[in-house]
Design a protein around this ligand. Sequence first.
Ligand code: UDP
Length: 418
Amino acid sequence: MIAMHTSPIAQPGSGDAGGMNVYVLSIATQLARKGVDVDIFTRATRPSQGEIVEIEPHLRVINIVAGPFEGLSKEELPTQLAAFSGGMVQFIKCNNLFYDLIHSHYWLSGQVGWLLRDLWGIPFVHTAHTLAAVKNAYRAADDSPESEARRICEQQLSDNADVMVVNTEDEKRELIAHYDAQECHIDVITPGADTDLFTPGTDRNTERSRRELGIPLHTKVVAFVGRLQKFKGPEVLIRATAELFKRDPHRNLRVVICGGASGEASNVQSYHELARELGVTHRIRFLDARPPQELVAVYQAADIVAVPSYNESFGLVAMEAQATGTPVVAARVGGLPIAVDHNVTGLLIDGHDPATWADSLGELLDDDERRIAMGEEAVGHAAKFSWAASAQDLLKVYEEATKLDMSECHGPRQAAGI
Ligand code: UDP
């Protein structure tokens, strides 16, 4: 696997680390447990990382030095694609390795995967995770667009990958509509949630979680979890919170926003400022991004998890929250209508108007019976999505891909010297 721009073992929830990191690590772990040898190649960002990190039997992360460890933004990483590809080739040659298949994640890695596929004549599977054309179609009015250069690179991958793996049927439709992708080259693999880690808490878990987070026990809590950037819509929740307090200044509510800066450096500050401008600073607690083991407490402490994203290829946070028995109020975009069963495990909202969000959040906060029933349904719903099942489906895709005749359009394996 190739995950060039962000390591699968980086802390998700800030910077460029999010759902893709969780996806790659979770699915690779499950593949490894089925006996598949998986190496995940990523760009080294710290000298202390070492070249090879053994995660568990059959699974390694390989840190390839390509450019300086620090100081390059994701937007600048295209300058390191040649160095990264060269580093991968060198590592593979020196260690006398041979792979049956390449699976790249995100368009930067896709460009590397495409090159190596042609070099080695092995099948090339690509997962985009997000697509520039789709992000641009759904972005907030004041969010900056994804570059045309990225869209062009994604077009090349859609034209050249042997298989494109997407999260949902909706994403498949988007890939066909925006990139003219061939339907027969697309496979849908639904992501999962770690239901061993994200479990419903007992009342005592919830109490402990709230104490740890400094939230009064008899307060209603709405949580947002994820990278703090416009695309994830945290400002929608902040504005909806202000609207709820405008309607009822005595409402007993705390909002928890858990995640770190992502994209523009000023982002986190701008959310604090927005809360201040709207007079809800004391109603909102900002928490730093934390490892999944500590995130469980945030989900368990919440009465509702809000996912006001402008687009989500799936929305792992929605699934994880439900696995802990917390209903989700989410935007009706991307994969969220699959992740959330509307009116059963949560609510789906059209658009991002803070007043509409306040209506739905307020109604559900005030209806204990309905909310608790939704939380109970949510656990069963999340249980249907496991990473083990995703890996099983992916293995089938790999098996089909390895049957493809690679001799016609690509060079012979010998040419790679491995
Ligand atoms: N996450 C985390 N710690 C945090 C915030 C988020 O580990 O403080 C993880 C979260 O558990 C989820 C992922 O980051 O698995 C975010 O995935 P999602 O699909 O919701 O959003 P993306 O980052 O892909 O846009």
